[in-house]
Design a protein around this ligand. Structure first.
Ligand SMILES: O=C(O)CCC(=O)C(=O)O
Length: 281
């Protein structure tokens, strides 16, 4: 995807709260991810979730990075990450990576938005972006995500349990729907005999606390084997040269890598904070 197409997707997210990238993911990767989800579910004897929100007929697998390849490819995907960087922040973080497998009979989820606990007035610039990876065809019948286009501009989240007209985000397997966390949405109802496979790859701005604590949730030996950009997205990084530091060091050094970040206390950076023109070389 070229930069003009990326900009078009970013503009659509700003206007309507979401965009769909069809054909973003190869059928090979879709197949690998589905097989890996089935394997993890089997090996860890995972069952249905235990709350209405998560879905009594839904298997949720959290902390997916801890299960190794091929999940590592998801947050880094070239068709998606540059758009998220553009919409949110070049120094964005992965907030969570989880699978949402809707089983037959799963009822519709309550409408919500993904940052409704955050105590900031709405509408606001995007602070989190959900990339919903369709690993099955998403159809009305199997519970395609329901959305209310434009609702990212509303001044609050939906009242709990509200029944409102929604649109089904139907898309072929291999598509990714990117939406501003403020968009009102919900998982649909699965009336088919098949499972609806999806991965939610949820990014946030670099200054925000991540939903999943990946630095503790993913063993450090495993994290050390990941590509550097993924390590940074997990939180082995420092935002604007300050947030996330350990005694003025970049946590990426814990994984045996050299830091490239210029820390805030470097004289030139401090001068730039006081007076931006002072930072000119
Ligand atoms: O499964 C879906 O389509 C949406 C799920 C969702 O929005 C959530 O669990 O927060």
């Amino acid at each position: 995807m070229d930069t003009a197409q990326q900009a078009q997707h970013a503009a659509r997210i700003a206007e309507q709260g979401y965009t769909v990238i069809e054909g973003a993911v190869s059928s090979v990767l879709v197949g690998e991810l589905r097989a890996a989800l089935d394997r993890v579910e089997r090996e860890h004897a995972l069952g249905y979730a235990a709350s209405r929100f998560e879905g009594y007929q839904t298997v949720r697998i959290y902390n997916l990075l801890a299960y190794g390849e091929p999940f590592w490819q998801v947050p880094l995907h070239a068709a998606v990450l540059p758009i998220a960087e553009q919409v949110l922040d070049p120094e964005l973080l992965l907030s969570s990576l989880s699978a949402i497998t809707l089983g037959p009979g799963q009822e519709g989820q309550p409408l919500h938005e993904d940052t409704q606990q955050i105590p900031l007035a709405r509408p606001r610039p995007p602070i989190a972006l959900n990339a919903m990876w369709a690993l099955s065809d998403f159809t009305v019948a199997n519970g395609a995500t329901r959305i209310i286009p434009g609702s990212h501009r509303y001044d609050g989240p939906p009242p709990f349990g509200a029944e409102l007209p929604t649109v089904a985000a139907e898309m072929p397997a291999g598509s990714v729907m990117l939406f501003d966390s403020q968009l009102w949405h919900a998982g649909g109802t699965n009336t088919t005999a098949e499972r609806r496979y999806a991965i939610s790859c949820y990014y946030c701005v670099g200054w925000m606390r991540q939903q999943e604590n990946q630095q503790l949730g993913v063993p450090m030996e495993l994290a050390a084997r990941m590509p550097r950009r993924l390590q940074e997205l997990m939180g082995y990084s420092v935002w604007r040269g300050q947030y996330g530091h350990i005694a003025n060091r970049d946590p990426i050094e814990l994984l045996g890598r050299e830091r490239t970040t210029q820390m805030i206390w470097d004289d030139r950076r401090v001068a730039a904070l006081a007076s931006p023109s002072a930072a000119e070389p």
